[in-house]
Design a protein. Structure first.
Length: 245
């Protein structure tokens, strides 16, 4: 159908694969290195790693990998397309704007999967933690990855290129050092609870710990938070591509 929301998806996927044929393998290798470095490197900062610390460090490694994919690397590369004219070219194509977003989600999500898989393998190897693979945990990983990529798209679409780099690095620093992702939330002041639960980063880490590590309670408020950010950023991304040049 001419007006289908999936109009042009096949062609866009082939074009994206061809356009990123050198970047994607490097991207996947970088994710694998990051996963191994976090599991084995961050563990050196903790003298005595108990079971809870191991779970937080393990789940945090997966979450930080997902954040680095969507909010940092993806955002910076998409921002580059605005500078070289590819973004404007995409907006001129006679294809569904949703198809453009979906094709990029598929491409970047696929490139991130090796890093997630290696993170899980490294966690099992380093700490001997039991991983619970289920439909729920797979769904959580997929929706988390899609949400982070869409946040990256939104940052890249709406901010100037020189600001994108600053914002993406700020996200990584705050997520790694000042959010209870790799450590329990009781180590932070109580007033920070209302702040970091507005954003999806900590809710994602809670969901992954509950579904993949069977640690903590699966809180639907966290899931609604992530889905909410997914919907908002999807709308903003499609709207940006739909605006007249």
């Amino acid at each position: 159908m001419k007006n289908s929301i999936f109009l042009g998806l096949d062609g866009l996927l082939n074009w994206s694969i061809t356009r990123h044929k050198y970047i994607l393998p490097s991207f996947s290798i970088l994710q694998i290195i990051l996963a191994v470095a976090m599991v084995y490197g961050l563990a050196l900062f903790i003298y005595d790693i108990d079971e809870i610390s191991a779970i937080y460090l393990s789940s945090g490694t997966i979450v930080m990998g997902i954040i680095s994919v969507g909010c940092v690397l993806c955002a910076q590369i998409v921002s580059e397309t605005k500078q070289n004219g590819i973004f404007d070219y995409q907006r001129s194509l006679p294809v569904s704007r949703f198809s453009i977003i979906l094709s990029d989600l598929i491409i970047w999500g696929s490139a991130a999967l090796p890093g997630i898989i290696i993170s899980i393998i490294a966690v099992i190897s380093r700490f001997g933690i039991v991983i619970h693979i289920s439909i729920t945990s797979i769904f959580i990983i997929i929706i988390s990855l899609a949400t982070m990529i869409l946040i990256g798209f939104t940052v890249a679409y709406y901010l100037k290129p020189n600001v994108v780099g600053m914002v993406t690095q700020l996200i990584m620093i705050i997520s790694l050092l000042f959010s209870p992702i790799t450590f329990p939330s009781d180590r932070l002041p109580n007033w920070t609870f209302a702040i970091y639960n507005i954003f999806p980063f900590v809710p994602i880490s809670n969901l992954i710990r509950a579904s993949l590590f069977n640690f903590g309670v699966f809180n639907f408020a966290n899931l609604f938070n992530v889905i909410g950010w997914f919907v908002i950023c999807l709308f903003l991304s499609v709207y940006s591509l739909s605006k007249k040049q």
